[in-house]
Design a protein around this ligand. Sequence first.
Ligand SMILES: Cc1ncc(COP(=O)(O)O)c(C=O)c1O
Length: 435
Amino acid sequence: MQPEVTLHLSVTEGRVAVLARQLCAAPGGVSNWEHVEQAPPDPIIGVTDAWRADPDPRKLNLGVGAYRTEEGKPYVLRAVREAETQMLADPASNHEYLPISGNADFCRLSRTLALGAGSAALQEGRVATVQALSGTGALRVGAEFLAQHLPASNPRVVYLPSPTWGNHKTIFAKAGFQVREYRYFDKASRGLDFGGMTADLSSAPPGAVLLLHACAHNPTGVDPSPEQWASLLQTTHDRQLLPFFDSAYQGFASGDLDADAASLRLFAASGMELVLAQSFAKNMGLYGERAGALSVVCRSKAVATRVESQLKLVIRPMYSNPPMHGAAIAARVMGDPRLNAMWKEELKGMADRIKAMRSALYRELTARNAPGDWSFVLKQIGMFSFTGMTRPQCELLVKKWHIHLTLDGRISMAGLSAATAPYLAEAIVDVVTSA
Ligand SMILES: Cc1ncc(COP(=O)(O)O)c(C=O)c1O
């Protein structure tokens, strides 16, 4: 037998060698992907790449939407560490597949965290929830579900705030939605353009999807007041819009999980149907674990059951089923009263440190007589401040001062520390007076 095998192999190898020579010599022997153009770096993730490559020791990364300690280090919550320790020690743990809809405890606890234990929709069992690949995955699956299952008479149109988180447009466009914007940020006051927002939504076609940031609007840090939320609810109802809440910062804005869910709960309490994308990236520091949830609040339990079955059909050909680890951590942290209390305390600590950074930056800017009114830094909410700095000013911050940020003037307050606030203020004063 042995000689035959050798002969067969050498014939095959010979054929491969001939083929390789022919392919290389052939005219137009070019890659199938020769025409593929270099894509631009992601405007947000590209900032961190540029910061990494910057050799200057004073460099600051204010682009990343991730919490950092006073020392500028990533932070793993104690509650999360403890949940992981428990999981490692649990002899029943394994690495089997999750169901298509994910970890059932995680789904139940997530929707309760968002809607509140007293929610009528929850008590009536009319919320369909699936685990998702963090907030982005929840938005993507939600958009896909809506594109497929909204009534045929509804336009496939989504209204996004201007500006909004950069990924929203692509997520909805990929699902087949026509993307339209509603006015949101007022450049002059660096606050909410409530009149513009209401006017734009009042002319939206009935049945259009309305994307709302539940709290801590990214990138502006500007949220509607409770009265404005009530008025938006009325407009949404009158125009028959379908609200899609993006909740990426619950608890991170005010330090209080319930307070940060007030807008969502107001809409849900009205009885209207809505969609909710939740992320545990920021509020549990589970960025890379991709722990998120998508909920669809329906009119009845029967509808919710059918909706959930269709959500599974969206998920199955996309990624089959979600990862276990992050959702298992989040479920333990939400479900165990001691870990839950620990989490709430740490969440408050993170929100407070960000607020302290707002005060520090404002103080340092005022001490340097920064031109204009910078009090908006104190008023804006959540991880970011939208400074109104122009693109050339931002470019100068990067080039001259090695302060990395998105070129729309958004800075991550979470990336700042007491030690770096004076440096940032000095740099801002320089660029706003010279660029
Ligand atoms: C408004 C908003 N929505 C959704 C997300 C999605 O985050 P993730 O997919 O990491 O949960 C982010 C992240 O920055 C965000 O700011």
